[in-house]
Design a protein around this ligand. Structure first.
Ligand code: GTR
Length: 329
């Protein structure tokens, strides 16, 4: 009797399990280094919401924010490329290590303004580069706003590019960023994003460079009080998916649905971004201890001139696209 009931229960399991598996949603994961309330993370939540809605609950996205899946973005991109992770929202900088064509977006003083950058990203060039990542086992889903990056440090006020000389400045794990910061006279040191706060507070490095929301949300402003708004780059964010994982888990139509939903959240993030820049400035200023430096026109000219050797190094291979980007703005 006992044996019989075990057999019946076993059979019931065998029948129900595959049915349940087939009916369950497809689960996708996206990695994000920023905290829950950061504009890009909010964009990903919106993305997950749209995908769930539009797929009738068939595709569910889990947003793993706060660097839960890795403190450094280069490793995260690697995971996506080999299919161990479905998606990641990261800066274009570490992706240039895998997709060199994207380097043009990270060159200094490339963009005139936020508006002109979005004109290019939403236009033919932006679409072409999202497609270009497919050659490297990614799907390019969208771009997000990341403002302009500027230098901050714990040692001294930077009023002219020459003041950067010898400062140990953290950079993202990207050859382009390393070359850029060295070209400007500092000593570039690649470190994972999540380790920068400790590195500055322990004096391992003297500063870093980033936008207002990251300067504030990471608490870097507490340990690096000098922030000079030299706005040397305007590197956009990108959401990449793993072709290996997507092609295995999703149909072509479902991939199209996910791509469209990701694109549909771009404007939402721009709005959240602009609000957050104001809030971050307010929070840093309210502390009353930070020295925020605006460049004089002459000093700005010095910064722009200082990056010429970088254009000599990277300009030739990206000549055509640099011309296109400039003309399209
Ligand atoms: C932020 C960006 C992050 C990360 C970080 C960094 O602006 O949003 O994705 O790239 O910079 O400097 O590592």
């Amino acid at each position: 009797m006992k044996k019989l009931s075990i057999i019946i229960i076993g059979l019931a399991f065998l029948l129900v399990l595959p049915l349940g598996a087939a009916a369950g949603p497809i689960k996708l994961t996206v990695a994000e280094v920023h905290p829950k309330d950061y504009p890009t993370t909010q964009g990903l939540f919106k993305f997950a919401e749209l995908v769930k809605q539009r797929s009738g609950g068939k595709i569910v996205i889990d947003v793993k924010y706060g660097g839960q899946l890795g403190k450094g973005e280069k490793k995260v991109v690697e995971q996506v490329q080999i299919g161990a992770l479905d998606m990641a929202r990261i800066s274009v900088s570490p992706v240039t290590e895998f997709v060199p064509a994207l380097e043009a977006f990270g060159l200094p003083y490339m963009w005139k303004s936020q508006e002109s950058m979005w004109k290019v990203l939403n236009g033919e060039i932006g679409k072409r580069l999202l497609k270009a990542v497919e050659k490297y086992r990614f799907y390019g889903l969208n771009y997000y706003e990341a403002g302009a990056r500027s230098f901050y440090n714990s040692k001294r006020e930077i009023k002219a590019v020459g003041d950067l000389k010898g400062l140990k400045i953290r950079v993202q794990k990207s050859q382009l960023m390393l070359d850029l910061v060295n070209t400007m006279g500092a000593n570039a040191t690649p470190i994972a994003f999540g380790e920068v706060y400790d590195a500055i507070s322990k004096g391992v490095i003297e500063g870093a460079e980033n936008n207002w929301p990251s300067y504030e949300s990471t608490g870097h402003y507490e340990v690096a009080k000098y922030y000079t708004l030299d706005t040397h780059t305007r590197v956009p964010e990108i959401t990449v998916a793993s072709r290996i994982a997507f092609d295995k888990k999703l149909t072509k139509d479902q991939i199209a649905l996910v791509k469209k939903a990701a694109l549909d959240t771009q404007d939402y993030v721009i709005k959240k971004w602009n609000e957050r820049v104001q809030a971050s400035k307010k929070k840093v200023m309210a502390r009353g201890k930070n020295i925020i430096t605006e460049l004089t026109p002459e000093a700005r000219e010095g910064f722009v001139k200082s990056v010429q050797p970088l254009y000599d190094k990277y300009g030739e291979k990206h000549k055509a696209i640099i011309k296109e980007i400039r003309a399209a703005q």
